[in-house]
Design a binder for this molecule. Structure first.
Ligand code: ATP
Length: 306
């Protein structure tokens, strides 16, 4: 691994990532841990998206040679659809998101967006078409305005405000004495998990990409907040092709299609209703979650988790 590690390349790449507004995914994708092995093909053209479709074709992938994580995965997401990926911990759900964002290339198989192999287009153009809302965004030590407008610095005050309103964080910001100029992050105001996610949602709404990846883990939030967040997450996926990485099934029951992944293989696929009637892994996970929810029913702990 260390032989692949080229500090200067790495620094340049991280710098470009910051400039392109990708750094908020630092946590999710552990940027600093990933090998920098993905490069633009010589003379690679830009991705051109007319119909934001996604297709995985027989994708085989492992982080190292000893272990294959995805075993020939194929699925399609039609333009404008919301497809959710569920499965036990370690099944490979986040890996699919990392591959779509091209932090890694598959060992074999292809990933296509609007018919174009993402390994054959420039990374900049690929990433400019994809928005990511991670569960727990890392904020910059800067103002709320900066954090929302990040990567879209030319945005007007009215645009930033509209994005904050649509992400349901405007009332919160307006109650702060410094409003949008409030410093946040490690050295500023500490935001709850839900508030940080809303900042990420506002940033994505401002970026307005045709494809979004949502990390729908809301299990750390109480049910009322969860419902509010879900409403705003739905707004992000409206009219966009959406891949939802789901940790709680209740958040994705209304997806157009649900892919059930187990140990890197697609074992079931269908709508919530279809999967329940199949009485397989999804149905078992659903029953388990209902039982867990019953246990936690009275656990309204509030929104402030840091
Ligand atoms: P969870 O629901 O717990 O987030 P997941 O389905 O998203 O799990 P992945 O994060 O995609 O699972 O991980 C799939 C497999 O790949 C796991 O066995 C994990 O240990 C392994 N893995 C993930 N990231 C790396 C990495 N950077 N290097 C090596 N192995 C990794």
């Amino acid at each position: 691994l260390m032989q692949l590690f080229r500090p200067l390349d790495m620094l340049g790449w991280v710098y470009r990532s910051i400039r392109q507004g990708l750094i908020d995914m630092g946590e999710m994708f552990r940027l600093m841990d990933s090998d920098i092995e993905v490069e633009d093909a010589p003379g690679a053209p830009a991705l051109v998206v007319r119909q934001p479709t996604i297709a995985f074709e027989n994708v085989v992938f492992g982080y190292d040679e000893e272990r294959t994580v995805l075993h020939g995965l194929s699925f399609e997401v039609p333009a404008g659809h919301r497809v959710a990926i569920v499965g036990p911990s370690g099944a490979g759900k986040s890996t699919i998101a990392r591959l779509l964002f091209r932090f890694y290339d598959p060992q074999s198989g292809r990933i296509l967006i609007d018919g174009q192999d993402i390994a054959q287009v420039t990374q900049d153009s690929l990433r400019s078409h994809i928005g990511i809302v991670p569960q727990d965004s890392v904020l910059f030590n800067d103002t709320l305005r900066y954090n929302i407008a990040y990567g879209r610095e030319q945005s007007s005050d009215a645009q930033v405000e509209a994005a904050a309103r649509d992400a349901a964080i405007l009332p919160f910001i307006e109650h702060l004495p410094l409003g949008f100029e409030t410093p946040v992050g490690e050295r500023g105001l500490k935001l709850s998990g839900g508030e940080k996610q809303r900042v990420a949602i506002a940033r994505t709404l401002l970026k307005d990409p045709p494809i979004v990846i949502l990390d729908e883990a809301t299990s750390a939030l109480d049910t009322r907040t969860e419902r509010d967040i879900l409403k705003t997450l739905r707004r992000v996926s409206e009219d966009r092709t959406t891949l939802s990485i789901a940790h709680r099934l209740s958040t994705i029951a209304d997806a157009d299609r649900i892919l059930v992944l187990e140990q890197g293989r697609l074992v079931e696929s269908g709508t919530h209703g279809q999967l329940l009637s199949q009485d397989g892994l999804y149905a078992a996970m659903w029953m388990q979650q209902l039982a867990d929810d019953d246990l936690n029913e009275d656990d309204e702990t509030g929104d402030r988790q840091q």
